[in-house]
Design a protein around this ligand. Sequence first.
Ligand SMILES: NC(=O)c1ccc[n+]([C@@H]2O[C@H](COP(=O)([O-])OP(=O)(O)OC[C@H]3O[C@@H](n4cnc5c(N)ncnc54)[C@H](OP(=O)(O)O)[C@@H]3O)[C@@H](O)[C@H]2O)c1
Length: 253
Amino acid sequence: MYSLDRKVVIITGASEGIGAQIASLARARGCRLFLTARNASKLSAMADPDVGFLAGDLTSAAVRARIIEAAMDRFGRIDILINNAGRGLYYSASTTPLEEARALFELNFFAPFHLAQLALPALRESRGVLVNVTSIAGQISLPWLPVYSATKFALASLSTSQRAELRREGVRVVTVFPGYVNTGFQDNATGPRPPGFVVKGKRFAISARGCAEAILKGIEHGKETIVTPRAGWALLLLNRLFPALVESRMETA
Ligand SMILES: NC(=O)c1ccc[n+]([C@@H]2O[C@H](COP(=O)([O-])OP(=O)(O)OC[C@H]3O[C@@H](n4cnc5c(N)ncnc54)[C@H](OP(=O)(O)O)[C@@H]3O)[C@@H](O)[C@H]2O)c1
């Protein structure tokens, strides 16, 4: 069992949704936190002597470097980096503006990729944990979220490579695949509103707290892959065995 007590945890996208719930549950387990997102007032409301924060846009490489530096200045170590921040982008593949696709990759892929590089010396030192929050959409391509799905496939692939590279150095890499989670994600996604069938799955959504609890339990229990809700495993298996069936359901599901 990996105890979270007194661990120094960086959480990106901590101002709302899943990230804010991870912060609240991790704090209750005795973690020391370093939080980041763009919304400074929401972050400062969570600050206390064991909770530092830096507000900034993760699409900036300079901001990413400042976050890792500030966390090290504050606590002198990093035990866990949770790459959670992310955003959706609703467009069909044929109409997605190229610049918007690139910007989404900057946030959903290059930010976690770069933050991991920056945090690695500290994670090696602490024999820590790197957590990448991807999505079931990073295993099953979703219509109307083609570039979002592509960013999450890319992050899941990166996470697998990082795991193979870092295990021998004592750094555990955890990949998280949430299904629908009840957060502001759909409203915060940019692009035109999608057809109703695209967001129909939201009726099966789990709570952000439930998702955060599954992530922390997975970290504590030494897991390397977390699918939440667990019913998501059945969907992933179905997709592995009958990809054409799942693809046909995605067209109008
Ligand atoms: N909700 C779902 O159904 C679902 C399903 C699967 C996977 N996920 C993944 O889970 C993660 C968290 O999603 P969520 O549902 O909690 O979404 P959310 O409620 O929209 O929260 C997103 C978080 O990311 C931060 N963020 C967004 N753009 C940012 C930027 N440019 N720079 C820095 N921070 C930024 C936001 O803070 P600020 O606005 O303050 O910057 C916010 O704290 C994402 O990676 C998402 O792809 C979500």
